[in-house]
Design a protein around this ligand. Structure first.
Ligand code: GRF
Length: 187
């Protein structure tokens, strides 16, 4: 069966608030599968509550290439054409990135190319930034470095700390990701 760009798999490892936003605002794309490398990821419950098919396989101890090959088979079985990472905390293997070249999106809590990697808000605050935000980009082998598809700026105000900043940015993520994904599958 042929893959369809509008059939999206969302890959999750954690709480799943972006997944929830992608589900609630799904328009122009369909979530065909929610996949996780953590059997107990709360995001899987978000998916099940929405009646979506899930796939979960505990990644600990499994070589990454092997894990990603099994995942690819499941994505193919579901005729997935686009992959949206949403708090997926495992680096993708180079063969997986090659297999899905140009079809994997991620949301990152900074204004890329600033603050790639983890702890973005703590680093932005420590640097005295007055502006931060979130970015939807295409995933390549290089961490948080692929083509930027969309960004939202969020002001850092006096008194903001990591908790308030991450909350504000998360709200922005929930608007940005569904819109960016819908635009991407139609391009
Ligand atoms: C978000 O901050 C996202 O930007 C980052 O991981 C977090 C996922 O949160 N990639 P959630 O699981 O979607 O609530």
């Amino acid at each position: 069966m042929k893959a369809d760009p509008g059939r999206v798999a969302v890959l999750v490892s954690g709480r799943g608030s972006n997944l929830k936003a992608l589900i609630d605002q799904a328009s122009g794309y369909e979530i065909a599968l929610v996949a996780s490398n953590k059997l107990l990821a709360p995001a899987l419950e978000v998916a099940r509550s929405a009646g979506l098919p899930t796939w979960a396989f505990e990644s600990g101890g499994v070589p990454r290439d092997e894990f990603d090959a099994i995942l690819t088979r499941s994505l193919e079985d579901h005729r997935v054409g686009t992959i949206a990472l949403a708090g997926y905390m495992q680096i993708l293997s180079p063969p997986f990135v090659e297999r899905w070249r140009g079809r994997i999106l991620n949301i990152h809590p900074s204004l890329l190319p600033k603050y790639r990697g983890l702890n973005t808000h703590a680093r932005a605050l420590a640097a005295g930034e007055e502006l931060t935000g979130c970015t939807v980009h295409i995933v390549t082998e290089e961490l948080d470095s692929g083509e930027i598809l969309a960004q939202t700026e969020v002001a850092i105000e006096a008194g903001d700390d990591v908790a308030t900043t991450s909350q504000k940015v998360l709200m922005a993520e929930h608007d940005l990701y569904p819109a960016a994904l819908a635009a991407f599958v139609q391009r």
